[in-house]
Design a protein around this ligand. Structure first.
Ligand SMILES: Cc1cc2nc3c(=O)[nH]c(=O)nc-3n(C[C@H](O)[C@H](O)[C@H](O)COP(=O)(O)O)c2cc1C
Length: 223
């Protein structure tokens, strides 16, 4: 099983540990990236990725190792500590670069078979909105199976995380790993993904948001 793990932070704190714990239980080949260390650019808003091609993005080359890793992976794990109730700015800045591969534009068919996990840890609250920040992109990329996993750890470093909480993290990551393993190789788009993709096909048939998207849908044989 190929795993791409993208951390929305540079440091190896609680959130990173939870991600690594899950990856270890999946027993696969892991490619790991830390943001902003491995990719720290902000979208410049040129919209060239949408209107022309993502290869023309000024950050295309820097982004490529991460793009290749998520494209080749069977499982994508995104982790982020909760910062002011959301995923980190680094995670958001990275995700912004993939607007072009949302289903409304030019989805990568490889995404339709993947599983993904969003992990967020907080001192007390905000895990749901932080996980949603990441899960929204994964859903709109077309990933059919997305697990979210938030922990209120009541700590600002792993050293302070209680034994009880560590056991809870262990239990939950074991449960998610078991689900991922049992679904491996069998993942297909479900109703929600299919319905949304269908709408996008109709929209692109009628002209789409721009000619590049419409051409892509045609080339893929989707319209
Ligand atoms: C800038 C910043 C903002 C934070 N915002 C929140 C927050 O909104 N809610 C919360 O419960 N914890 C918040 N925290 C605490 C962290 O989310 C929490 O300690 C987390 O487990 C840290 O994970 P890490 O060890 O991987 O960095 C914040 C921490 C920082 C540094």
């Amino acid at each position: 099983m190929k795993i791409a793990m993208i951390h929305g932070q540079n440091h190896k704190g609680t959130t990173c540990r939870v991600g690594r714990m899950l990856a270890k239980k999946l027993i696969g080949e892991v490619k790991e990236f830390f943001l902003p260390k491995d990719f720290g650019e902000y979208c410049v808003g040129c919209t060239t990725c949408f209107m022309k091609n993502e290869t023309k993005c000024p950050h295309y080359e820097k982004l490529k190792p991460l793009t290749d890793a998520i494209t080749e992976a069977d499982v994508i794990i995104l982790t982020s500590p909760v910062y002011v109730f959301h995923a980190t700015g680094s995670m958001k800045a990275w995700l912004d670069h993939y607007g072009y591969q949302w289903m409304v534009h030019r989805p990568n068919p490889a995404m339709f078979q993947k599983q993904a996990v969003c992990i967020a840890t907080a001192a007390g609250a905000g895990m749901k909105s932080a996980c949603k920040d990441m899960a929204d992109s994964l859903f709109f990329w077309g990933i059919p199976k997305i697990y979210t996993c938030g922990f209120a750890v009541f700590a600002t470093s792993y050293r302070e995380v209680s034994e009880k909480k560590r056991r809870e993290i262990d239990r939950k990551t074991t449960r998610i790993a078991a689900k991922i393993k049992s679904n491996a190789g069998k993942v297909k788009p479900g109703f929600k993904t299919k319905a949304f993709f269908h709408l996008m096909r109709i929209m692109n048939k009628k002209g789409g948001l721009n000619p590049a998207d419409r051409e892509y849908y045609k080339r893929m044989g989707w319209i």
